[in-house]
Write a protein that binds this ligand. Structure first.
Ligand code: ZN
Length: 241
């Protein structure tokens, strides 16, 4: 059975109960989870699985796309068995930071696309910083100024307190939306129904990740540094504070 990914419907769930479906050494699959796995540059959530007052740390989670399961990696071999009930508690501080950073990256990417037709060629979102690689044809001060302006504008947009909308759409309908394909790799290819994340008037993406409900939750976005890694790789680091 595919894992029921509760975070797709509600990114704010901090704990849930779940049934153990499979155990292999320190790798555990549950019937449902609030833990978002490592996917497309976004680091995995962390948390604990609680069983009989024992807490086991979830140090990583892998997206098993083949079977549509989330594999939770624990710091040690569990004592529980298949079919037993456990509780999952997420490391909320980490998750919330990732949600804020991730939503900020949507606004920045949308602005880079609108102003410079720049597409993302790679990226990483961690608890400390986020970075996106852009195929933007600028360098030196021009590049620096471009992204200083984009971050300034992104902060203004965030402060407008725009509600982030999440809904499902048929693949054939979604493909008609301009700009929706720029992060397509983040969507499970087999899926006929796509999860759409829309910041109205700013950005629309097919996206399976957790985001904040309102852009005002992002806080202040700060440009950290820019590295010129070649023609298609202007690496922009930022963080939220
Ligand atoms: Zn996203």
């Amino acid at each position: 059975m595919p894992t029921d990914r509760l975070y797709l419907k509600d990114s704010y769930l901090k704990e849930c109960e779940a049934i153990i479906e499979n155990i292999s050494d320190n790798k555990v699959i549950l019937d449902r989870t609030i833990i978002h796995p490592h996917a497309s540059g976004l680091v995995s959530d962390q948390g604990v699985i609680i069983y009989n007052n024992e807490e086991l740390n979830i140090i990583d989670a892998i997206d098993d796309r083949e079977n549509d399961n989330v594999i939770h990696i624990l710091d040690k071999k569990p004592t529980f068995n298949v079919n037993e009930k456990v509780k999952i508690v997420i490391n909320w501080n980490r998750r919330y930071k990732l949600m804020r950073m991730h939503t900020a990256s949507h606004i920045i990417a949308a602005l880079a696309y609108k102003k410079f037709n720049a597409m993302i060629t790679g990226g990483e979102i961690t608890e400390e910083y986020a970075r996106d690689d852009y195929n933007i044809n600028l360098s030196g001060d021009a590049l620096k100024n471009a992204f200083s302006d984009i971050i300034k504008e992104a902060n203004n947009i965030a402060k407008k307190a725009i509600e982030v909308k999440i809904y499902n759409m048929k693949k054939e309908e979604a493909l008609k939306i301009e700009g929706i394909v720029k992060l397509l790799e983040r969507e499970p290819p087999k899926s006929e129904i796509w999860r759409i994340v829309e910041i109205p008037g700013v950005d629309i993406q097919a996206d399976g990740g957790p985001h904040v409900n309102n852009t005002s939750e992002i806080g202040d976005i700060e440009l950290v540094k820019i590295e010129n890694k070649g023609k298609d790789k202007k690496r922009v680091y930022f963080k939220v504070i």
